[in-house]
Write a new protein. Structure first.
Length: 431
């Protein structure tokens, strides 16, 4: 199986050089050797999530992460779990809007075992009707827990209001009726896996203490026989342009809850090479940092909120820049909304150079300090290389970030933080 070496990104933001390889079947491999004696992170990034679903396959991407726990045709769930436990690995997985990700951090001497186990289950996934029914039951339990969480309910209402056509508007788990239908849809669920979970949608990231040549050889031998699907994937949905502010109000009768305000603006899909993406990140840091005027006004000066969080989620397609504010009194919801709009109005005219330097410098230092372990490095590579990008885009993004000016801040706020792109959600419950 022929292997192509695409090149390497010189160490910059990351504490190491990253090698990029592509197998002849389209699978891309990122290798980041680090001086972390005895520890290595193995991550499988599948470019499959809610974005790839249709109304007939809602919840299928998340369902696949559960079915993959059932092992393969030659190594069942109990055997797979036993082998993972014997390696002492820390394992987790998640699926959301654009990606399904499988993380394993393991002692270096057990990396060959992990590669064998992971290739085996991805290439030879095996489950039966009983497994499917069990997985659907587990998802139903997770759905019930989310339904009992007021913040989760409001978040889903905001996304559902903001996205009228795009799958981003529905929950990753699917709706209750979708989950209930899973046990009867085995054929369609298998077809979804065969269509989307392929080498061309897969990125493997390895970071830490490992033998580069031996690891690459094993990946080539283990994954190189993974074939591409025989049929083309269906086209993805496109969200029509939003032309006016949308609102949704969520009542909560299941108990006492703080009033909540969520505000989301439509912004472009994340592109680490686009200077606007870096400028939007600066806007986020200006709004949410400890020195931000908005936080100081609402938390310290007027004491209207308990806290605020949010920002850009860096989706592949048009996304929401979210502000989530826990408000102390429901009568202040409009006051807080007005304060947010006024803060953005100030940013739309620029920002003081001293504050810009302070916020940028703090964010860059904090980010680099966090890249001190294999998991964090592998996770960063995985998040930035969506869509076949090389790891050099990480440096490009942060270089653009460091060069964002007050004029850039003003421009992106004027362009994207407009009323016609805004969706507002409120949550009011018992006092």
């Amino acid at each position: 199986m022929f292997l192509l070496l695409f090149g390497a990104a010189q160490a910059g933001v990351l504490p190491t050089e990253v090698q990029v390889h592509e197998l002849s079947n389209g699978l891309t491999v990122y290798l980041a050797p680090m001086d972390t004696p005895g520890v290595v992170a193995w991550q499988t990034w599948m470019e499959v999530g809610v974005r790839n679903e249709t109304a007939e396959s809602r919840g299928y991407a998340h369902l696949q992460t559960r079915l993959l726990d059932n092992g393969s045709e030659t190594l069942g769930q109990e055997q797979y779990e036993e082998q993972i436990l014997l390696t002492g690995a820390e394992e987790s997985s998640w699926s959301w809007l654009d990606n399904s990700v499988f993380h394993i951090t393991v002692p270096s001497e057990h990396l060959p075992t992990v590669i064998m186990l992971e290739a085996n289950r991805f290439l030879h996934l095996d489950w039966d009707d009983a497994d499917l029914e069990l997985a659907a039951g587990g998802i139903q339990g997770s759905h019930n827990m989310q339904a009992a969480n007021p913040v989760e309910r409001l978040t889903q209402e905001v996304f559902g209001t903001a996205f009228s056509s795009h799958p981003y508007g529905w929950p990753a788990l699917g709706y209750a009726e979708d989950i209930g239908n899973h046990p009867k849809e085995g054929k369609d669920i298998r077809a979804f896996y065969d269509t989307w979970y392929r080498p061309s949608t897969t990125r493997i990231v390895v970071a830490g203490d490992f033998d580069v040549e031996a690891t690459l050889t094993q990946i080539q031998l283990s994954y190189g026989v993974w074939p591409e699907p025989k049929t083309a994937a269906p086209p993805l949905a496109i969200e029509p342009e939003q032309t006016e502010t949308r609102r949704t109000d969520t009542g909560w009768t299941e108990g006492a809850v703080s009033p909540r305000l969520m505000m989301g603006w439509k912004i472009p899909g994340f592109d680490p090479e686009d200077k606007d993406s870096a400028a939007i990140q600066v806007v986020q840091d200006l709004l949410f940092s400890e020195v931000a005027d908005l936080r100081g006004d609402l938390v310290d000066t007027r004491s209207l909120i308990y806290g605020m969080e949010g920002g850009s989620y860096r989706f592949a397609d048009a996304q929401l820049f979210m502000l989530d504010l826990e408000v102390k009194h429901k009568d202040d919801l409009k006051v807080v909304e007005k304060a947010v709009l006024e803060a953005l109005g100030v940013l739309s005219t620029g920002v003081q150079e001293e504050q810009l330097l302070l916020v940028r410098g703090h964010a860059l230092a904090e980010y680099r300090l966090g890249l001190d372990n294999p998991y964090a490095v592998a996770d960063t590579i995985g998040r930035f290389t969506y869509g076949g990008r090389g790891p050099e885009v990480i440096d490009t993004f942060f270089r653009n970030y460091a060069e964002v000016t007050a004029e850039d801040v003003a421009r992106v706020v004027q362009t994207w933080f407009r009323p016609e792109g805004l969706t507002v959600g409120t949550l009011i419950g018992a006092e």
